[in-house]
Design a protein around this ligand. Structure first.
Ligand code: NCD
Length: 360
């Protein structure tokens, strides 16, 4: 019989040294649900479809009072800890809202200066403390790999609780990628789904973790073409390109944004992540205004294409563009709340209760 938590069977150093695919093999329970959500490589196509359908079901149930009350009972009495030591508004609040929809109580630490880490406590001890009081830990950190370490630590305690990575360093943001996929599923529902589509990623692809996670999830679909549009200095990492090629995805690296706009089904705009600049202001000198989507670009965008952005936005998309029906980013954000509900409900094996609701 497969082990309920494979992370109990491997030492930290050996796990840490695995590649992403290797790691993904240690994060699922025997029934295919995630013991922890750390990296996009954990999600295959069937799982993406199940989660999308569950999110839609939850969204429909929530449309009236009786449904909202029913959903609040699904996980009543459970508690989640939101441990966000890196700035966040959307992801933090969407996890908050998702927990509230399912009736989960929440606690939060948003600044290590207000926790005992300030007194010199290790992050391992802090997270173990959260694990003593809560049933789920959602964490965001500027340290790449921290969520992985914490997941391994917790799995190897007497009270293992799941960790969801809500953004780690420059490397991964798996739940953002889930909401992006859910948005693409919904947008292309009547156009044969995501298969065969072309998606352009634009902006800071070197340091944007949302792009790295989503690009991987798109390898679950057939006949995909991904355009990476950025100044040379901010182009996507060769590690990701290699993974994509191994999975048969066509990739095009491009510097000329205007040339790509009419060719694609979806454009995924991103912010310049200048908080990572080695020299403050360095990326401001790269002429990144060329990678802004303006109202004038709308005429070049295909009539059935969509425009996405993980937010926060600066000037990457002009505010006038918001009124265009192809501007999907506000709906995309709201989709995050639904897919996070679905993910949490499924990790705690509550699908049956959701499916069996007969109010609508
Ligand atoms: C992103 C992030 O934190 O990686 N935001 C988000 O979670 N939606 C993108 C960014 O900061 O640019």
């Amino acid at each position: 019989m497969p082990v309920a938590d494979p992370l109990t069977t491997i030492g930290w150093e050996v796990f840490e040294a695995l590649d992403l695919i290797g790691k993904a093999g240690y994060l699922q329970a025997p029934d295919g649900r995630e013991n922890h959500v750390l990296i996009a490589q954990q999600f295959g196509r069937a799982r993406l479809e199940t989660l999308g359908a569950l999110a839609t079901r939850i969204r429909r149930i929530s449309k009236d009072e009786a449904g909202l009350r029913y959903l609040r009972g699904i996980m009543a009495g459970r508690r989640a800890m939101l441990y966000f030591t890196q700035p966040s508004s959307r992801t933090f609040l969407s996890f908050c809202a998702a927990c509230q929809i399912l009736g989960i109580g929440i606690g939060e630490v948003r600044d290590t200066a207000t926790s005992s880490e300030f007194k010199g406590e290790t992050q391992e001890d802090s997270v173990r403390t959260f694990g003593s009081y809560f049933d789920l830990i959602v964490m965001r950190s500027q340290l790449g790999g921290l969520a992985e370490r914490m997941a391994w630590v917790l799995s190897n305690t007497t009270r293992p609780v799941p960790i969801i990575n809500a953004g780690s360093g420059k490397d991964q943001h798996p739940t953002q990628a889930l909401l992006d996929i859910y948005t693409l599923q919904r947008s292309f529902e009547t156009r044969g789904g995501i298969d065969g589509k072309s998606v352009a990623f634009v902006g800071d692809l070197a340091r944007g973790r949302t792009v790295r996670s989503l690009a991987w999830l798109l390898t679950n679909y057939r006949d995909m073409t991904l355009y990476f549009v950025a100044p040379k200095e901010l182009q996507i990492g060769s590690d990701i390109l290699e993974l994509l090629h191994r999975r048969g995805v066509r990739t095009v690296l491009e510097e000329d944004f205007a040339a790509v706009i009419p060719k694609v089904d979806a454009i995924y705009m991103t912010r310049i992540q200048d908080e990572w600049d080695a020299q403050p202001g360095a990326s401001g000198k790269l002429g990144t205004d060329r990678y802004h989507f303006t109202a004038a670009h709308l005429a070049q965008l295909r009539p059935d294409a969509i425009l996405m952005h993980p937010f926060p936005r600066r000037q990457e998309i002009a505010v006038e563009v918001d009124r265009d029906p192809r501007a999907m980013y506000w709906r995309q954000m709201r989709n995050g709340m639904w897919i996070r509900c679905a993910l949490i409900a499924s990790m705690f094996r509550r699908e049956q209760e959701i499916e069996s609701y007969d109010g609508r």
